[in-house]
Every structure is written in structure tokens, then in C-alpha cells.
Design a protein around this ligand. Structure first.
Ligand SMILES: C[S@@+](CC[C@H](N)C(=O)[O-])C[C@H]1O[C@@H](n2cnc3c(N)ncnc32)[C@H](O)[C@@H]1O
Length: 196
């Protein structure tokens, strides 16, 4: 996955990393910023996605498609596909551009919509990366876990950076006996759950 990343994917990742770094410095408003994961977290979720069982892969919160590119590498490695959701027009435009210039539409199904209107339709979920507004984490977790296959993996970003807002949801997940879960202190803190 990591040793032979196609040049067009490497180039787009680099471009988005630079744009995200600039956003964080130049006062771009929160809703306009790309708010991407770090490259280390990208590798981490790709490894987990490539280790997930057979089933549907979903991502909640595409932004410009940076994390999706890491997950696309995993999907290609294990011959799966991922559906990713983004609600905002401007981000959707960037994401479509990302998927077009990198040629990952063979493994990426992009849906521009509020994920909450669609998520309950997805059954047999094998992998989910949750990285959206923190207010919807609890509802997304509930909808995903109930439809997740045994051995399926859910990763949620910002478990340490937004620890205060997410504490009730984190407590619920860590006490949920349908999953084994822990928080991994890389990037913004990754909550990792494996469905039993
Ligand atoms: C932190 S950013 C995602 C970053 C991306 N995962 C990455 O690392 O490249 C969160 C994104 O979730 C989107 N989002 C928030 N609520 C959503 C919803 N209800 N449905 C779909 N997308 C949503 C936001 O518009 C934003 O672009």
C-alpha cells in the first residue's frame, strides 16, 4: 500500500497537506478549513481498513478527500470499495476534483449529502471512518454499530482534540459490550472499535 503509491495520488496528497497547513495559519474560518487528518493517521486508518473483514466500507466526512485517498489505497489492496459522505458544496467540489485527478473512482463512491439521511440504509458495514461534526458522532456510532459485521472496525477522529465535547459518547463506547475499544494517541486521537 505505502511503497508504491501512484504519483498522481502522492501529488494530490502533498497539495492537500500544504493547503490544509496554510488554512490553519492564515485565519481561514473553521467551516472553510479542510481539517484533515495527519499523514500518520492516514497510514493508520489504511492499515486498519486493509485488515477489516469483507463488507461495506464507509467514510463520514470527506472534506477534500485526503483521508479518502489513504482509504482508497487500502481498498485497492484488498479489492473493496468505499462510500464517502460530504454535506458542503465547496468541499464536495474539491473532493470530486481529488477523485478525478487521482483516478480513484474505481474504489471510491462519493455521495454529497447529509449522512444522517442515508446511514441507516447501509448494512454489513465492515469499516467506518467517522470524521464529521462532533454533534453527530453519537448518532452515527449507533447507526453504524448496529449494522456492522463481526470483526468490523470503526475509527473516530478527534477523540483527544475534542475530548471534552466527545466525553459522553466516548464513555458510552468504551462501556459498550458489543465492541472492544480504545483511544490511540496519534494525530487528534483515534477512537478504534472492533465489533464482537
Ligand atoms: C474534519 S472534516 C473531514 C476531514 C477528512 N476526513 C480528511 O481527513 O481529509 C469534517 C467534514 O465532515 C463534513 N460533515 C459534517 N457533517 C456532515 C454530515 N451530516 N454529513 C456529511 N458530511 C458532514 C464537513 O462538511 C467537513 O467537510
Amino acid at each position: 500500500m505505502f511503497h508504491d503509491i501512484p504519483q498522481n495520488i502522492m501529488d494530490r496528497m502533498k497539495y492537500l497537506e500544504q493547503r490544509d497547513a496554510a488554512d490553519r495559519l492564515d485565519g481561514t474560518t473553521r467551516m472553510q478549513r479542510l481539517r484533515q487528518i495527519t499523514p500518520e493517521v492516514g497510514r493508520f486508518i489504511a492499515l486498519l481498513a486493509a485488515s477489516a473483514p469483507d463488507g461495506n466500507y464507509i467514510e463520514i466526512g470527506t472534506s477534500a478527500g485526503y483521508s479518502t485517498l489513504w482509504l482508497a489505497l487500502a481498498c485497492r489492496a484488498v479489492k473493496r470499495q468505499i462510500t464517502t459522505f460530504e454535506i458542503l458544496d465547496e468541499k464536495a467540489k474539491l473532493a470530486k476534483e481529488t477523485f478525478k485527478v487521482t483516478g480513484v473512482n474505481d474504489v471510491v463512491n462519493f455521495i454529497q449529502a447529509d449522512v444522517l439521511l442515508h446511514i441507516s440504509r447501509y448494512k454489513d458495514i465492515a469499516f467506518c471512518f467517522l470524521d464529521a461534526e462532533k454533534e453527530i458522532y453519537g448518532q452515527c456510532y449507533d447507526e453504524v454499530i448496529i449494522n456492522m459485521v463481526t470483526g468490523g472496525i470503526l475509527v473516530a477522529d478527534n477523540a483527544t482534540s475534542h475530548e471534552k465535547e466527545l466525553r459522553p459518547m466516548l464513555n458510552q463506547v468504551l462501556a459498550d459490550d458489543r465492541v472492544d475499544a480504545l483511544i490511540v494517541p496519534i494525530g487528534s486521537g483515534e477512537l478504534v472499535c472492533r465489533k464482537k
